[in-house]
Design a protein around this ligand. Structure first.
Ligand SMILES: [Zn+2]
Ligand SMILES: [Zn+2]
Length: 317
């Protein structure tokens, strides 16, 4: 007969984290434009200098495109946290492309994979597995992630116009830069395109690097996601990343009123005009359950096992 301790059913526990080193080839030559945009931002900003016009271009371009990443690529294309019409879906996707983070299908497909394997060896950008710089930006430059496997994003690959902007994203970016130059001249191009793009990139990248390291975890999500107010401010709400990993279908990532979430406020405003609708929030009972059911199950199983072990092993005299 098996010992009593073995008879106790145990809850599945998370596999121990193992750091894996994979020699992912970085496409250095192919990614020269990535570095060139950084150089152009610094040199161009010094060359044209600072002005109120430059500030307006920088702030307007940064926040418009940060919203297009957080409110559109992330909350819409990756998580479908609200609904909209097909024309608006196209326009929002098009604005997202101008943030120079590749197409909506590529972005959302990789992001869905991040949630599926968060902080395990299969995670495409886990700081726990691969360190800060990999999770921050080198994964994007790797050969391995140049293409995404679109089998997990069939809900959007069915739209030919979305496939089109995803495929020709580089041309759309060039057209957007040309438009900015035509309207705003050198100040518009360097501050509104190059500097704003670099800041928007690294703001977004902090969500993959720092929000899995720096901050507080309110919920037991089984990964290293954290909530961080500073990152929430620069990324228009994405810094409430532990909340988001806990309840991904919510368009609202700041779960409480004091958790500032600019993207959610914009989505709510758009919903007033019926431009978007069914903007999902987080149910109060979900939000207030600070201990996840999975963690409760694991804790209960551990307690039962400990009790069973104690029952068959007499305590030391
Ligand atoms: Zn997400
Ligand atoms: Zn994450």
């Amino acid at each position: 007969m098996a010992p009593a301790a073995d008879a106790v059913p145990t809850a599945p526990t998370a596999a121990p984290f193992k750091r894996v080193i994979v020699n992912d080839k970085i496409r250095w030559r192919e990614n020269l434009p990535f570095w060139a945009v950084h150089v152009a931002a610094v040199v161009g900003a010094i060359w044209v200098g600072w002005s109120w016009q430059a500030a307006a271009w920088l702030i307007g371009s940064y926040f418009l495109r940060m919203f297009a990443i957080t409110g559109v690529y992330h909350r819409y294309f990756s998580h479908r946290a609200y609904k909209t019409s097909r024309p608006v879906q196209f326009v929002l996707g098009l604005i997202g492309v101008t943030a120079v983070q590749k197409g909506p299908l590529w972005w959302a497909s990789h992001h869905r994979r991040h949630h599926k394997y968060s902080d395990t060896p299969e995670d495409i950008h886990s700081p726990k597995q691969r360190g800060f710089w990999w999770s921050h930006m080198f994964w994007i430059l790797a050969e391995r992630y140049k293409h995404a496997d679109y089998s997990n994003i069939k809900d959007f690959t069915k739209y030919p116009e979305i496939r089109f902007i995803d495929k020709y994203e580089q041309w759309i970016v060039v057209a957007a830069a040309a438009l900015v130059f035509a309207v705003g001249g050198a100040t518009g191009l360097f501050w509104g395109f190059f500097v704003a793009t670099v800041l928007c990139w690294h703001g977004t990248f902090t969500i993959n690097s720092l929000t899995h390291v720096w901050g507080k975890a309110r919920y037991a999500t089984g990964d290293d996601s954290r909530n961080n107010v500073w990152l929430a401010l620069i990324t228009m709400g994405e810094g409430w990343h532990n909340n988001h990993h806990y309840y991904q279908r919510s368009a609202r990532q700041g779960f409480y009123w004091w958790e500032i979430d600019m993207s959610f406020y914009i989505l709510k405003t758009l919903s007033l005009f019926r431009i978007v609708w069914d903007v999902e929030g987080v149910p109060a009972h979900v939000r207030d359950a600070k201990i996840s059911p999975q963690r409760e199950r694991v804790a209960a199983a551990r307690a039962a096992k400990a009790a069973a072990v104690a029952a068959v092993i007499p305590p030391p005299q």
